[in-house]
Ligand binder design. Structure first.
Ligand SMILES: NC(=O)c1ccc[n+]([C@@H]2O[C@H](COP(=O)([O-])OP(=O)(O)OC[C@H]3O[C@@H](n4cnc5c(N)ncnc54)[C@H](O)[C@@H]3O)[C@@H](O)[C@H]2O)c1
Length: 354
């Protein structure tokens, strides 16, 4: 059954989870399994012997696991029970493969049409294409996801399929324009970012359910969202959506921000204070310009933990350890074979001076 193990070698599963996994599979009718991946081409390319997964970016995945958990809590606070309720915080899992199993189970329920109709199609926007963004995408790829271009987000957020979720990846050229003529010149932007502004707030954010911010932000560069934008984004949606049946309605489209970049007052201007692993979520009320220490009330759910790799300690230790290891000799070995190593030969001179 290739569908529930896309891209993952079997060694990532413990024997218990493999056993539970096969029991789960046995309970699912074959025709329903084929609904799992919305793209049959992708399904066949996954095959029975999945290719290598980009495991090295797992330390960057915990933010995405957290915000899926947060969405479950937020939807519940807004009156909806959703499959996201079955995903926990990243550190509640023994390792990332167990977290992935929970995300897959959630994805299975979404593909079976268990998302409440009045929520409408879910859209995720990933900013940046670096470690953080790719690590977060590794997790959403475990849901039945369809990637679209940023300009297609409006359309799918109104008329998309409720048995999958939609995602877009935002690079600089998608949202940055020169203030004077609306053109993006990447070379000039590197030197004079102050000449540029972002139209993210009007072109993408109003059609995004959950923003996962993974850009490297410099204070001279345009912000993605300012406080005024948050006020605008908290206004109720016009009901042009095909999904206006059922209740209760969502108060606005942008429900959650996972600010993995975690720059206070940075690309998300109203991220005032990082949240913590102990208290991962707050609600930003843009009208009052205050954070509520809760998942209830008016506003946008915010998650901005700044030590995310600590939530997946096994994967983080392997990742950072592997990268540090080549430098250990140079950094830490003071003497070898009875001699000082080159970097520490100065100690001999210090001794001579005594
Ligand atoms: N919260 C945490 O625990 C945690 C963990 C790791 C990294 N971070 C932070 O996340 C940020 C990203 O880290 P990374 O390792 O992915 O960096 P990276 O350099 O690998 O990726 C940064 C990406 O941002 C893109 N980018 C920059 N400005 C942009 C803009 N205006 N619009 C769109 N894309 C833009 C770049 O093109 C690049 O793809 C850093 O600020 C880092 O400190 C936080």
């Amino acid at each position: 059954m290739p569908f529930l193990t896309p891209g993952h070698p079997p060694r990532v599963f413990s024997s218990l989870s493999v056993q539970m996994h096969s029991q789960l599979l046995a309970a699912i009718p074959e025709q329903d399994l084929h609904r799992w991946h919305p793209n049959p081409a992708a399904e066949s390319s996954l095959g029975d012997c999945p290719g290598p997964l980009n495991e090295s970016l797992f330390p960057f995945s915990s933010g995405m696991i957290n915000i899926l958990h947060g969405l479950g809590l937020r939807f519940l606070a807004l009156g909806h029970h959703t499959p996201f309720m079955h995903i926990g915080m990243a550190h509640n899992y023994r390792n990332v493969s167990q977290a992935i199993q929970a995300v897959r189970d959630c994805g299975y329920e979404i593909s079976m049409g268990l998302m409440p109709k009045s929520i409408g199609p879910l859209t995720f926007c990933f900013t940046g294409t670096g470690n953080v963004s790719k690590g977060a995408q590794d997790i959403i790829n475990e849901l039945p996801v369809e990637y679209v271009e940023p300009h297609e987000l409006k359309d799918v957020s109104e008329t998309g399929d409720m048995t999958k979720v939609y995602a877009t990846v935002l690079s600089r050229h998608h949202h940055l324009v020169r203030k004077s003529d609306g053109i993006y010149d990447p070379i000039e932007y590197e030197i004079h970012p102050e000449l540029y502004t972002s139209h993210f707030r009007t072109s993408v954010a109003p059609y995004t359910t959950c923003l996962i911010n993974g850009i490297y932000w410099d204070p001279h560069t345009p912000r993605l969202l300012r406080r005024l934008d948050a006020q605008m984004l908290m206004r109720p949606q016009k009901s042009s959506s095909a999904y206006n049946e059922g209740s209760p309605k969502l108060p606005h489209k942008l429900l959650a921000i996972c600010d993995i970049s975690a720059d206070t007052g940075g690309s998300i201007e109203f991220m005032n204070e990082c949240t913590t692993i102990d208290k991962p979520f707050c609600i930003y009320d843009a009208d009052q310009h205050i954070d509520h220490d809760s998942v209830e009330g008016n506003g946008i759910l915010m998650c901005s933990i700044d030590n995310l790799p600590a939530q997946l300690p096994i994967e983080a230790t392997e990742y950072f350890g592997d990268r540090l290891f080549p430098y250990i000799w140079e950094m830490a070995v003071i003497a070898s074979n009875g001699k000082l190593t080159p970097k520490f030969e100065y100690i001999e001179k210090l001794r001579e001076r005594r």
